[in-house]
Design a protein around this ligand. Structure first.
Ligand code: ATP
Ligand code: MG
Length: 457
């Protein structure tokens, strides 16, 4: 099925067998209302791809020819967001559905004047598509046709849409063929598309690993050639994309692809050099092993927090740094702080790890010492920490095979079990039904060294 003369391939309702029962009811409600008011409305992107593959979509995105203002007038529960490209967010009780107006991605040369959309009697100013000197998109803000909207998307399999008017699937790029053949192919000129937005390289890797697809040859060659440019992307965006990739449930496959393509070296230059070296004659294999473990947890439906993920992946590297500081005479806690700071200092200029995640990572590593002190001071306070489970999990996975460590973990597990809140006695489910006994007032202990707040005033 190849598209000819810019005509899309259209798969009718009878021929694709996609049931509306599998679609998000709120997204369908939006589409019906758009249609009833004379607008075009499509489901688009990852949700159509996933539905066709029999996978559960993560989110449902809607596109329409209605302008954001027109969408707002149709839905009371709508808020417009985004300064550069306005998007409509339709709020429901427990979710938000994004509704975008068809957008085009026209190159600077092709677009001498901005398209301006007339809205509610006033001209809306649209900053046009802008690229920097290296061809990276800085702004992408031009309304377009359904075809232009499909062509500006990243991969053919991500450009399919589902038309609410006749329940057909529309394919402008050959995405259906690629979906059937298991191919990730970038739309348009691969060199240009990766230059415009290097993050697409990480997305190619993630979709290939997650869907079990292969990256098409020209796309792959362009990706390998552009791998070094990945660090030009905004560091917070790279952090978000990398998290998605490492927590996709196929992190080990992603890691292989990242290394084969040169992306890993470009993302983690210092860590990569360390990985390639050995410690005391042993190669560094922990990163790959830990990803295997994280994948198994995710595939079982468990969640792994970002700080725990980072601790598992980079803990050994950080420990070696800490050891270096210790040999230079730093006390234990200080050496951990300094090594985590050094790791963040290397990583954050490329991949922006949020401050609170960096602090949580440091805590998981530095609190390992506390696990050895049994019972130590106030174990109940330690168990009540919000990151207690991550601290325990990190210890179990990295050192749990040692006999003494296993014993310590058993002790903490027993304590934590004792401390777990007891379930309410049977028959007493609502708070209002509980006996209204006199509340015990807890006296706050005063720190004898603390100065009175009013002292000296
Ligand atoms: P996921 O299952 O991760 O949600 P997805 O394909 O839906 O996969 P989103 O990040 O939700 O990915 O993006 C929705 C759609 O927007 C994509 O399917 C794609 O069509 C388009 N898109 C997203 N990021 C880009 C990009 N960097 N360049 C071009 N198009 C993009
Ligand atoms: Mg999505």
């Amino acid at each position: 099925m190849k598209k000819e003369n810019n005509c899309p391939v259209i798969i009718t309702r009878q021929d694709h067998g996609l049931s509306r029962k599998l679609m998000n009811p709120n997204a369908l409600r939006i589409l019906y209302r758009l249609k009833d008011n004379g607008f075009v409305g499509y489901l688009v992107g990852g949700c159509v791809r996933d539905l066709l593959l029999g996978r559960e979509p993560k989110d449902f995105d809607v596109v329409t020819n209605a302008t954001p203002g027109e969408v707002k007038r149709l839905f009371r529960n709508c808020r417009l967001v985004g300064r550069r490209f306005r998007l409509a967010h339709i709020h429901f009780q427990d979710e938000i559905i994004e509704v975008a107006t068809f957008r085009s991605q026209v190159s600077n040369e092709q677009q001498p004047e901005p398209k301006v959309v007339q809205e509610a009697g006033h001209r809306q100013r649209h900053p046009r598509m802008m690229k920097d000197d290296d061809g990276m998109i800085l702004r992408d803000n031009v309304y377009g046709t359904p075809e232009e909207d499909a062509l500006r998307r990243d991969f053919t399999v991500n450009s399919l849409s589902y038309n609410i008017a006749d329940f057909s699937i529309i394919d402008y790029t050959g995405g259906l063929d690629d979906l059937n053949a298991g191919i990730i192919r970038i739309i348009g000129d691969p060199d240009v598309r990766f230059q415009e937005d290097p993050v697409r390289m990480l997305r190619a890797v993630r979709f290939a690993a997650q869907l079990g697809f292969t990256i098409e040859e020209k796309t792959r060659m362009a990706l390998v050639a552009a791998a070094d440019t990945i660090a030009r992307s905004a560091p917070p965006r790279l952090y978000d994309e990398l998290l998605k990739l490492l927590l996709s449930g196929e992190g080990a496959k992603c890691y292989d692809l990242l290394r084969q393509t040169g992306l890993f070296q470009a993302l983690f230059p210092d860590f990569s050099s360390w990985l390639a070296a050995e410690s005391e004659g042993f190669p560094h294999t922990r990163f790959g092993e830990m990803l295997g473990y994280v994948d198994s947890r995710i595939q079982q439906g468990d969640k792994v927090s970002p700080p725990l993920l980072l601790a598992l992946l980079f803990g050994q590297y950080i420990d070696e740094k800490a050891e270096r500081f210790r040999r230079q005479g730093a006390p234990w806690q200080q050496s951990v702080d300094a090594s985590v700071a050094e790791f963040l200092g290397e990583t954050c200029p490329i991949i922006m790890i949020a401050n609170r995640v960096g602090i949580a990572l440091r805590d998981i590593i530095s609190q390992q010492m506390r696990l050895k002190k049994i019972p130590g001071r106030r174990p109940e306070t330690f168990i009540a920490r919000h990151d207690f489970n991550d601290i325990i999990e990190y210890c179990r996975i990295t050192r749990g095979d040692k006999k003494d460590v296993a014993k310590q973990l058993d002790w903490w597990a027993a304590q934590a079990k004792q401390q777990a809140p007891l379930p309410p006695p049977s028959g007493l489910t609502k708070e209002s039904e509980a006996p209204q006994g006199k509340k015990k007032r807890r006296r706050r202990r005063r720190n004898p060294n603390a100065k009175s707040r009013t002292e000296g005033v």
